[in-house]
Design a protein. Structure first.
Length: 353
């Protein structure tokens, strides 16, 4: 049996142009365009004729092309270090809530904790294929120069989570006081009797983790406690990096009795390495994290950490970007500090004598 004989013929309709709609409606191409982009400017009888012609011809307007012609894409670019990071997942949840309410779609650019290339930033800004940008990731010094140099052609930018550099100070930003939060976490460890406190940091170029290190050092200095060489180690803000960093702390000749990690994911890596070394948390080494991600409370033991209101940061960041896109930002209305909170759980105990 010839199977092809039973198959119905498929007719592929050629793409209909706006010129064809104008011919069927008996109006000019400009009138059809006005009906699509500014219908209130066209008289109702004419709109009805154009609408009927669109239905008759099956015309489908190129929405993307229309957006570019109007100078608005209804797309917002979000630059973040890692989609898989639970903290940024919660920040994105807040961003999407406000974006959806204001008619925007979200496009994500993931840096994988590498500083975003300056030429990539420049291309995003000058092409204007997004209406605005949210920066949740660090920029290289060259990247910040590009932002400043091309500012006259730039799309609106709001910085979320990251500490603002002088080059980005003119952009609106939403974040906690990272230095104050880190100092509070370190002060808590010191109040529990710890004098040997190690710090697992993130990338050396990240202003955010540098601020957290600054808070840690300020607390140690205020308590007149020294920081031994090798007590501050880089963990790259991920579990493998934290495992390696914690291993060096565990094997240090003056092993810290407590470790402060610059995020909760690194605290998870610290737990793993401490237990792999045959030690216990917090009996042998206390651990404090940062962010209070969804995993902190179910870790064994539950993690003491700094809580950032991640979803609120996302909402406030996108709200400010929408204001900037609409030209409603007020002069001097740039920095918004949201409150942090020290969440005390069972990962900290007094050091053994």
């Amino acid at each position: 049996m010839d199977e092809t004989a039973t198959k119905p013929e498929v007719s592929i309709k050629p793409e209909v142009s706006i010129k064809e709609v104008a011919r069927v409606a008996g109006v000019s191409i400009a009138t059809v365009s006005r009906c699509l982009n500014d219908p209130e400017s066209v008289r109702e009888p004419t709109r009805d004729k154009v609408t009927k012609a669109i239905v008759e011809t099956g015309y489908s307007p190129n929405v993307l092309a229309q957006s570019f012609r109007r100078g608005k894409t209804n797309v917002i670019m979000v630059v973040l270090p890692s989609v898989g990071d639970p903290f940024f997942t919660d920040v994105l949840k807040g961003i999407r809530t406000v974006a959806r309410a204001n008619g925007y779609a979200i496009m994500i650019n993931e840096t994988q904790f590498n500083t975003l290339a300056a030429d990539e930033i420049g291309a995003m800004m000058v092409s204007r294929w997004a209406d605005g940008m949210v920066l949740l990731a660090s920029l290289s010094p060259y990247g910040t120069e590009v932002l400043s140099a091309r500012s006259h052609r730039a799309i609106p930018i709001v910085v979320g989570c990251e500490t603002i550099s002088p080059e980005l100070a003119r952009f609106p930003s939403v974040h906690i006081d990272n230095a104050a939060a880190a100092r509070e976490a370190t002060d808590y460890l010191i109040s529990m009797g710890h004098k040997r406190v190690g710090f697992v940091s993130g990338e050396a170029t990240s202003l955010l983790t540098l601020d957290r290190e600054r808070g840690y050092r300020a607390a140690m200095k205020a308590a007149k406690l020294g920081i031994e060489s090798g007590w501050v180690v880089q963990g790259n803000m991920n579990i493998p990096g934290a495992i390696k960093a914690t291993r060096s702390l565990v094997n240090h000749k003056r092993r810290p009795t407590a470790i402060f990690c610059a995020n909760d994911e690194m605290a998870m890596g610290a737990y793993h390495e401490i237990k792999s070394a045959g030690l216990k948390v917090p009996e042998d080494i206390s651990v404090v994290g940062f962010d209070d991600t969804r995993y902190a409370e179910v870790m064994d033991p539950p993690l003491t950490t700094i809580r950032q209101p991640a979803e609120e940061i996302g909402e406030r960041t996108l709200y400010r970007l929408c204001k900037a896109i609409e030209g409603k930002s007020e002069p001097g209305d740039t920095l918004e500090i949201v409150p942090h909170q020290l969440i005390v759980r069972r990962s900290v105990a007094k050091p053994r004598r």
